[in-house]
Design a binder for this molecule. Sequence first.
Ligand SMILES: [Zn+2]
Length: 67
Amino acid sequence: MEGICPKCSAHYYGWALNNPLEQRCEICGSLLEISEGKVCLKAYQSPFNYPKYEMTSNEIRELIMAN
Ligand SMILES: [Zn+2]
């Protein structure tokens, strides 16, 4: 398992990445892009699927406008 931070490009390795609670960048707090081999799962891409992710109202507005 490999996780890459889309913001700061930090790399994380290990099966702990299977745990949604481990799928955050320890440096900047972004959700990691998880890949296993050639398959990129991109799990929990939406902050609304991530129970511990707290958004500011500005972030929510930007997300809605982006969609
Ligand atoms: Zn990061």
